[in-house]
Design a protein around this ligand. Structure first.
Ligand SMILES: [Fe+2]
Length: 344
């Protein structure tokens, strides 16, 4: 094993290392075993042993030990060629170069691999009977206004057909939850969020609804349509390689909060939408799909709060859903039963 004196010997180490030794002396270990494939001490064993001996953080060691184990097994199983690995490196390099503050190719890849959805389910387990959670996506903004139940979230002139949403917020016992706030954000009838319009002045198709004391709420808005995730970069290429498309089914995002209850971030999908079973980011879950009803009676439109002439398509899409929240204690109990261990 090299001594500190050896490390600093200009005959043995170059200028760059000696400069770094001014700040930190690395821990060295002797190489007393050789490692080869098809022997009882492979490169996998050697990498793991090096990490075991040098790593100081147990959680980092646990994560990397598992990663090395799986990625080496992947290499042995699939035997990528140099050309394939070179293509992979080029792909990841492009993902890094094309990522911006507004479009992160690595987040998209995590989503498209189903990893984001899996991590969300692992970290936010829900008791049976609760509304499933799903990814919030990239279009949430902080500037949505706080509004009472019954408000309109769509400005006049927003493109799309009229929609009326009727919701309740209950607990697992079926009791109404008091003090619920329902943050809503959605695309319009062109499949675009307000922030995708260059002339946006303030929030549209979004709002923080204060539910009624009995846990009910309604809002008037626009029926959203399907839209694609960004597909002009490596994540889009990835989808095309797999024969997949980038289109997300129509949906509305919700974030529901109430005192004493676990925060719920989710989305709901109309059953009439295409792409429900081939969601590029795997956020569409069966229990979040809703059957909408068309209301053709103008007197009912007026009762919903639509003004004369406001409904232009001859119908209002009525969308009902009952959100079920778990209490903080119920979620802790699920985590305890599932052996959840927040290590980081
Ligand atoms: Fe979305």
């Amino acid at each position: 094993m090299a001594s500190e004196q050896q490390m600093k010997d200009p005959l043995l180490v170059g200028t760059a290392i000696r400069a770094q030794l001014e700040h930190e002396i690395p821990q060295d270990i002797p190489l007393d075993r050789d490692f080869h494939e098809h022997t009882d001490y492979t490169i996998t064993d050697h990498v793991q042993e090096l990490h075991r001996k040098l790593s100081k953080d147990p959680r980092t060691l646990e994560l990397i030990t598992s990663l090395v184990s799986h990625i080496h097994a992947f290499a042995r199983e699939t035997r990528p060629t140099h050309a394939e690995w070179s293509k992979t490196i080029q792909f990841l390099t492009a993902a890094g170069k094309e990522s911006t503050d507004y479009k992160n190719e690595f987040i998209l890849l995590s989503d498209c691999l189903g990893l984001s959805a899996l991590l969300d389910e692992l970290e936010h387990p829900k008791p049976s009977g609760c509304t499933d959670s799903c990814e919030p996506g990239p279009f949430y903004t902080e500037d949505a206004p706080e509004v009472p139940s019954g408000s309109s979230l769509a400005k006049a002139g927003t493109h799309g057909e009229a929609m009326y949403f009727i919701g309740t917020v209950k607990n697992l016992k079926g009791e109404s939850i008091q003090g619920a706030k329902v943050d809503v954000w959605q695309a319009d009838g062109d499949g675009l969020y307000d922030i995708q319009y260059p002339d946006r002045v303030d929030a549209n198709d979004r709002g923080k609804i204060i539910a009624n004391p009995d846990g009910t709420f309604t809002y008037r808005g626009i029926l959203p349509t399907a839209y694609p995730i960004p597909s002009d970069g490596p994540a889009g290429q990835f989808l095309r390689w797999l024969g997949r498309h980038p289109h997300r089914a129509s949906h509305i995002h919700f974030a529901v909060k109430a005192p004493g209850y676990d925060d719920l971030v989710s989305a709901l999908y109309p059953s009439h939408s295409p792409f429900l079973g081939s969601d590029p980011v795997f956020a569409t879950k069966k229990l979040l799909i809703c059957q909408l009803v068309e209301e053709h009676d103008p007197t009912k439109w007026a009762e919903m709060g639509f003004k004369e002439g406001e409904v232009k398509s001859g119908r209002v899409w009525v969308w009902k859903y009952d959100f079920v929240l778990a209490s903080v204690e119920e979620v802790e109990e699920v985590k305890r039963i599932q052996g959840y261990n927040a290590k980081l």
